[in-house]
Design a protein around this ligand. Structure first.
Ligand code: GRF
Length: 202
């Protein structure tokens, strides 16, 4: 059984997609052993509770400086002894020490086709606003390994999604989630759990 820890900051629909996929057998050989969240109000925590998954919520604001937070954060993740760490809408910058420790064992879902609309500052609705501003006709989502950069790690899966006339950032965000994110993230976890993708991404 692959021990998976999921890091979240918000609604947690991608977390839910993985919980559901484990329940209905689209993900096998994996269990979510912990959910880490930096935001007490996040609905993702409710989802973890409802699924009976252990969770922990600490925020940088609870610590005197970023270094103290980073240490507590990394210790908490280590305690779960994860084989795989999944960033699913996690808005905290991953400390370099953590990126090194979990190199090849940490993945992220990004709501665009990398290398478009990614990197520093591209998160949440901003990604979709910029895609609409640029007038692209196709966008999508990417699952990739996490390295020390922002959205620079090796790509695992991508799925394209059509942009339609009249789309708002909110409508496009929802379509990208439904048609891409909630499909390729569980698939990546399943494929890692079953040895179809090796931890270093080959
Ligand atoms: C998703 O669009 C994900 O790609 C991005 O943040 C959003 C998180 O949504 N990184 P949710 O919390 O999984 O509902």
């Amino acid at each position: 059984m692959l021990r998976v820890v999921v890091l979240v900051s918000g609604g947690g629909t991608n977390l839910q997609a993985m919980i559901d996929a484990i329940k209905d057998g689209r993900i096998t050989n994996a269990e979510i052993v912990g959910v880490f969240c930096n935001n007490r109000g996040a609905y993702a925590l409710e989802r973890a509770r409802a699924a009976g998954i252990d969770s922990c919520c600490i925020s940088p604001r609870d610590y005197k400086d970023r270094q103290d937070f980073n240490e507590a954060f990394l210790n908490r993740i280590d305690e779960w002894k994860p084989d795989l760490v999944v960033l699913a809408g996690f808005l905290v910058i991953i400390p370099p020490k953590m990126a090194k420790r979990y190199a090849g064992r940490m993945i992220n879902i990004h709501p665009s086709l990398i290398p478009s609309f990614c990197g520093t500052g591209y998160y949440g609705l901003k990604v979709h606003e910029e895609a609409l501003k640029r007038g692209v006709k196709i966008t999508g989502a990417t699952v990739h390994f996490v390295d020390e950069g922002t959205d620079t790690g090796r790509i695992i899966y991508q799925k394209a999604v059509e942009v339609k006339n009249g789309d708002t950032p909110e409508i496009l965000q929802r379509r990208v989630m439904e048609q891409a994110e909630w499909i390729i993230l569980p698939k990546a976890v399943n494929d890692i759990a079953n040895g179809l993708i090796s931890f270093n991404g080959e």
